[in-house]
Ligand binder design. Structure first.
Ligand code: FAD
Length: 472
């Protein structure tokens, strides 16, 4: 009896809930991944992200081979390709783990119906979250819209241990292989074949082993100082696990297990740091639950005052922001970091998002999309959550949050080393001038660095005024 296991955001064979159940039921478990043209042809796909994903698939194919089975690749509309493959292999069942995104939910409904029609069984599981959206509800059974009560509930719940890794499985026979080929199975293409060119290093190497190594290094060296260091973009003070978590190169239970053990064996100061990091994992789940429960978040503002907000329409300003040429050093350094390596430090994501919305008065959805076009970890839930938080359009009760780029740099890039790294043209500028941005027009001109494209104080007054009017 063959069970086809459909991988989506769980590109691993260890600690994979649905895959482990499939293996309990039969030895003949074969994986499949469908490269979906509906996703790959969208205009918000980042080359770094596709490159990382293809690398994860390559590594997943190796992992399957090591345990005796294989990972098949489809490159077609999943709603037809998955049922067709299952049918041609005479699969007893297709298993997969749920996803929270509106597109995935719709696609899955169609595929469930198609498989049912063909008489093929299905089973689905929650895997990418420690707690499913149904599990974390308020006393009255409602989903949370505010983080703090969500966190209290979430942290109080017992967490599952990692699911057993796939082992000792059986691959397809030659006849089945031919049938799979007939049903559309292809060789895994490269990212460049798909039209995505990424010539830089990736912040995290693809695959399960690399993700586990990254977690181990973070636990050994960084996590106990996370609380103090996580806000300094020049410091390597965060886990850089976001891409691995997005694509499921590591299981969330494995991550939790590692830090829970560490927590028990740590002094109080380190425990506080570990808990701060746990809160970040909870933010990840909060935003995934939010998209699951309120799918309209993906389309626009949550709060009424922002549904019709009079944003500016200024493509030159937007272009300057994208290219890191606003004349505000901390903003420009951050944008160049993302443009170059496909990842940006969280503190800087908040700074540039505030700048786009509160200083340039441009619609946050422009920034949301640009981030998706660049980030290796670009993810609808986290990105939409981050942007709505920064724009003040989301669920967060604090209505107006405005970051002053100069004071952010003074607090979090005290010696200017982050700015100097990403803006080498400013490397000779005196630190105080660099972080306050008080560089004279003459010096800017001689260094080839632009004058500020807007005035922060004036723009924030303008933003507040427009916001007050919207509330009336
Ligand atoms: P760590 O500090 O080590 O955190 C551990 C993990 O917790 C992360 O890997 C991530 O999975 C999760 N996490 C941390 N902070 C958040 C958060 N605020 N919201 C949701 N999850 C979080 N994160 C993404 O994964 N994808 C995105 O597309 C994304 N877009 C963002 C856009 C904006 C405007 C903002 C303000 C934040 C965004 N974030 C996004 C959240 C956060 O910046 C990144 O998760 C983090 O910087 C990744 O680095 P790390 O793995 O070293 O994080």
């Amino acid at each position: 009896d063959l069970i086809l296991f459909w991988h989506r955001r769980d590109l691993r064979i260890s600690d994979n809930v649905g895959l482990a159940v499939a293996r309990q039921q039969t030895q003949k478990v074969v994986g499949v991944f469908c490269l979906d043209p509906n996703i790959l042809e969208r205009d918000d796909v980042a080359p770094a992200r596709v490159t990382y994903m293809i690398g994860c698939l390559e590594s997943l194919q190796q992992r399957y081979a090591e345990v005796g089975s294989e990972l098949l690749i489809l490159f077609n509309e999943p709603t037809t390709a998955i049922p067709k493959l299952a049918e041609s292999l005479n699969a007893k069942a297709v298993f997969w783990n749920w996803d929270v995104e509106p597109y995935a939910k719709e696609r899955d409904r169609t595929i469930l119906a198609a498989l049912k029609e063909k008489g093929i069984a299905t089973q689905n599981f929650w895997d990418q979250l420690l707690h499913s959206p149904e599990e974390i509800r308020s006393g009255s059974g409602q989903p949370y819209t505010i983080y703090t009560p969500f966190w209290k509930n979430w942290i109080s719940k017992a967490k599952s241990t990692p699911a057993p890794a796939l082992q000792n499985a059986i691959r397809l026979t030659d006849t089945e292989k031919e049938a799979a080929r007939q049903a559309g199975v292809v060789e895994l293409p490269t990212a460049s074949y798909l039209g995505f060119i990424w010539n830089n290093n990736l912040v995290i190497s693809p695959g399960e082993a690399a993700a586990q190594a990254k977690l181990a290094t973070f636990c050994d060296r960084t996590i106990d100082q996370y609380q103090e260091q996580r806000n300094f973009p020049a410091v390597d003070g965060t886990s850089q696990l976001s891409a691995a978590l997005k694509f499921g190169a590591i299981g969330i239970r494995t991550v939790w297990d590692a830090i829970a053990t560490l927590y028990q064996n740590s002094p109080e100061s380190a425990q506080a740091s570990i808990q701060t990091w746990q809160q970040e994992l909870a933010w990840r789940e909060f935003y995934q639950h939010a998209i699951y429960n309120f799918p309209d978040l993906a389309k626009g503002a949550y709060r009424e005052a922002f549904k019709d907000f009079p944003w500016n329409d200024n493509s030159e300003h937007f272009q300057a922001w994208c290219e890191g040429k606003t004349g505000y050093p901390i903003v420009d350094a951050a944008m160049r970091q993302m443009n170059t390596i496909g990842w940006m430090h969280n503190r800087c994501r908040m700074i540039v998002a505030s700048f786009l919305t509160k200083d340039l008065l441009l619609n946050w959805q422009l920034g949301e999309k640009y981030f998706m076009q660049k980030l290796i970890d670009g993810d609808l839930s986290a990105n939409n959550g981050g942007w709505q938080w920064s724009a003040s359009s989301g669920m967060d009760p604090k209505p107006v949050r405005i970051f002053n780029p100069a004071s952010q740099a003074q607090k979090f890039d005290l010696d200017g080393s982050y700015i100097r790294h990403w803006l080498p043209e400013l490397s000779s500028v005196d630190t105080k001038l660099l972080i306050t941005g008080n560089i004279t027009p003459l010096e800017r001109a001689s260094l080839g660095y632009p004058a500020p494209i807007v005035d922060h104080n004036q723009q924030q007054r303008e933003f507040k005024q427009r916001y007050q009017q919207q509330k009336l």
